[in-house]
Design a protein around this ligand. Structure first.
Ligand SMILES: Nc1ncnc2c1ncn2[C@@H]1O[C@H](COP(=O)(O)OP(=O)(O)OP(=O)(O)O)[C@@H](O)[C@H]1O
Length: 248
């Protein structure tokens, strides 16, 4: 369970202050997939970075399974599996070694790492490239490696920043099934996307974000009803107030 209360974050730039996130609040429950949907520049990545302890908010709070990120970031990190926007796999290591390295950082023994790697590889379809060096990997292969690595310690909460970015249709379908599997295991899953069909197809709850603010929160049906449109695409456009940056 991840609870987000009134997050704010601004960045100083040469041309002035950029207010990236302005008062974002939402709850992401266990056994559900929560989608953060918004156009380019909406503040999704910045919000997720504050959730996974990479950045501290200017204001507001985040708690993971009841633990305040500001009070015990280490305990929070143990409960989180994160696919960051920069995937950053080590190119001199094979996919298996990338996963094992993260397992070792989490203090797992070799047998546990081998067992989790086998499970993840099967779920994500990594058998063909598991023992290849990641240098030269396709985007999909890199993303799968980064996801497997992020989940090696079997975290209860999973945060993925635009997980299907740059993936082909078949790989995206595989990834969707994988996220549904994580949900069925009772995990709390949050992912960000600017593709409304994807969010609508997968999410139990959608947080619509634009201009650093939450514009609406609800199930796909609730959002349709609130916007007064049966068509989800029209509903999102109405909730966001613009079509810009929403489509793939
Ligand atoms: N480190 C930074 N320094 C300055 N501005 C930043 C920084 N990080 C984010 N921003 C700005 O904050 C705003 C929100 O960016 P963010 O990356 O959170 O959006 P996003 O919703 O993830 O967008 P996208 O879908 O394009 O990835 C943007 O205007 C961006 O330029």
């Amino acid at each position: 369970m991840i609870q987000v209360q009134n997050l704010h974050k601004a960045f100083k730039t040469k041309t002035g202050l950029v207010q990236a996130v302005r008062g974002v609040s939402f709850d992401a429950r266990d056994g559900e997939i929560t989608g953060l949907l918004g156009p380019n520049g909406a503040g999704k990545t910045t919000t997720l970075r504050m959730l996974y302890t990479l950045m501290s908010p200017d204001e507001g709070s985040v708690s993971v399974d009841g633990i305040d990120v500001a009070k015990d970031a280490t305990a929070v990190r143990r409960r989180l599996g994160v696919l960051p926007d920069a995937r950053g796999v080590y190119k001199r290591l094979t996919a298996r070694e990338n996963i094992a390295y993260f397992g070792e950082l989490h203090g797992l023994d070799a047998a546990t790492i081998a067992q989790r790697t086998a499970r993840m590889s099967e779920a994500l379809g990594m058998e063909d490239f598991l023992d290849r060096r990641t240098e030269g990997f396709s985007q999909g292969q890199r993303t799968k490696t980064a996801i497997a690595r992020a989940l090696v310690h079997d975290p209860k909460n999973v945060i993925l920043d635009e997980p299907t970015n740059g993936l082909d249709v078949m790989t995206t379908r595989g990834l969707r099934n994988f996220l549904l599997q994580l949900r069925a295991e009772g995990r709390c899953v949050i992912f960000s996307s600017h593709i409304m069909q994807e969010v609508a197809a997968l999410c139990d709850r959608i947080v619509v974000i634009a201009g650093g603010e939450v514009k609406a929160t609800g199930t796909p049906d609730e959002l349709r009803a609130r916007a007064g449109h049966d068509n989800l695409e029209d509903a999102f456009v109405k909730l966001i107030g613009s079509e810009e940056g929403l489509h793939a």
